[in-house]
Ligand binder design. Structure first.
Ligand SMILES: [Zn+2]
Length: 211
């Protein structure tokens, strides 16, 4: 695990990082957990990433490694930090001497990729996916790491779909639990006349009427 950053380490703002899981990690479930942990970051801050199988082209190359494990401490991962303003390949090492559970691997991938984005460890006592010590009861995406990610890269570039509003059960007839609403507004259309658009209920019904 990387030491606490004293500078703001980060990739150039606007970077679209190519990320590669090295082909020596062959276990499909492990690859899926690693990807899932890494893929959370663009949902929390304004970094873009895409997956590649070309290790040479990767900005972040995820590799299995053998890291020190002692009775008192285990290095679960070790990741380079980006040089401010530069784009050069970083290695993100996952300790393959560790016997991972999927939940651990998912969290360690999230944590180590946080280092690859330039984040250090969260302060002692803060519940965070970037704590120096793995705690599988802490889900990634805690306020500390979201704030640190956005400090470097701004808000997410990906607009998350809003949580779906309650919709009537299909085929169950009219639902009394969803209030219908009618909004009437006038829009300009480059054609003679104005049109009235009436949106009713769950916006599945739109009427366009000339007025
Ligand atoms: Zn760490």
């Amino acid at each position: 695990m990387a030491s606490q950053a004293s500078l703001v380490y980060q990739w150039p703002v606007g970077s679209d990082l190519a990320v590669c899981v090295h082909s020596s990690i062959t276990d499909a479930e492990a690859v899926a957990e690693i990807r899932a942990g890494v893929n959370l970051w663009p949902t929390y801050c304004g970094i873009a990433l895409h997956w590649t199988t070309d290790a040479d082209q990767a900005d972040v190359l995820i590799v299995p490694d053998h890291l020190p494990i002692s009775a008192v401490s285990k290095e679960l991962g070790l990741t380079d930090e980006p040089v401010p303003g530069q784009k050069r390949q970083l290695l993100m090492r996952i300790n393959y001497d560790e016997d991972w559970t999927p939940a651990e691997l998912f969290r360690v991938a999230f944590h180590e990729f946080g280092h690859a984005l330039g984040l250090g460890h969260s302060p002692d006592g803060v519940r965070s996916g970037m704590s120096a010590y793995l705690d599988v009861t802490v889900d990634p995406g805690q306020p500390w790491e979201v704030g640190q990610g956005q400090l470097r890269y701004g808000p997410p570039l990906i607009v998350q779909a809003a949580a779906p509003s309650p919709t009537p059960t299909q085929g169950a007839g009219p639902s009394p639990t969803v209030p219908s609403a009618t909004a009437i507004f006038t829009v300009s259309i480059p054609a003679p006349g104005d049109y009235r658009i009436t949106v009713t209920g769950t916006a599945t019904s739109v009427e366009l009427t000339r007025v």
